[in-house]
Ligand binder design. Structure first.
Ligand SMILES: CC(C)(COP(=O)(O)OP(=O)(O)OC[C@H]1O[C@@H](n2cnc3c(N)ncnc32)[C@H](O)[C@@H]1OP(=O)(O)O)[C@@H](O)C(=O)NCCC(=O)NCCS
Length: 199
């Protein structure tokens, strides 16, 4: 107890150093043990995926409960048979999801470039972010598009999705203004498009 403020005593420099070093050891151990696996989504995943989709998207699409986007986001049943969905498992626990759409005629394929495969609804539970799950889910879609000999793969973001934009750029996606223009619920501007050429 701090005798002047009545609150907890401030840490001495030595205590601070010990505390930080313990945190670093914990983080190193935790992340060294982290093992992310990408699997096909099955119906048993739907309930946990719905919760994590809402937790992940709430900060980046704050209007989603009033504009209907939350319903589309979490409607896994209706897209299950016509798209390909992948689930990320971190040490066996469900932590992430992505939807891959290869048919340009599909109502969820909103890309002007109809030769491009398209990805939507990427999300990683906030409690498991920064463990590589988002990158692996995206890479799984790239792999799928390569297997299907698609010349490109694309997606739309929102300006609020800065983490996702960094992720896409780190995987070689580039801005594609000619594909901007998705009319997004709850968002008045044009949604920025990103595209990655495939070999
Ligand atoms: C985008 C999202 C899926 C990333 O998932 P993730 O598992 O944390 O991502 P990764 O651990 O694979 O991170 C890969 C790279 O993305 C970038 N990144 C991830 N989180 C970031 C953050 N909070 N701030 C800045 N860059 C970030 C970094 O470049 C990171 O590489 P690094 O860790 O080596 O620096 C996650 O933040 C999320 O669910 N966001 C909300 C939903 C969303 O915006 N979806 C995108 C729809 S288009």
């Amino acid at each position: 107890m701090d005798s002047e403020t009545g609150g907890p005593s401030p840490l001495t420099p030595l205590q601070k150093q010990i505390y930080e070093s313990a945190n670093e050891r914990y983080a190193a151990k935790h992340f060294a043990a982290a093992s992310v696996e990408i699997v096909d989504t099955v119906p048993a995943h739907y309930d946990p995926l719905r919760g994590l989709l809402l937790r992940a998207y709430e900060p980046v699409v704050p209007t989603m409960y009033s504009d209907g986007y939350a319903e589309e986001l979490t409607d896994l049943e209706s897209r299950a048979n016509s798209t390909t969905m992948f689930t990320a498992l971190l040490n066996g626990h469900i932590v992430g999801t992505i939807t891959y759409i290869d048919d340009a005629a599909h109502p969820l394929h909103l890309f002007a470039d109809t030769c491009a495969a398209y990805m939507r609804f990427l999300a990683v539970d906030p409690s498991a972010q920064r463990t590589g799950a988002g990158s692996l889910l995206t890479k799984r879609c790239i792999e799928q598009a390569n297997v299907q000999n698609r010349p490109r793969i694309g997606l739309h973001t929102l300006p609020t999705m800065t983490a996702a934009i960094n992720l896409y750029v780190s995987l070689g996606f580039e801005r594609s203004t000619s594909n901007d223009g998705l009319s997004h619920v709850g968002y008045d501007g044009e949604a920025p498009a990103f595209i990655k050429p495939l070999s």
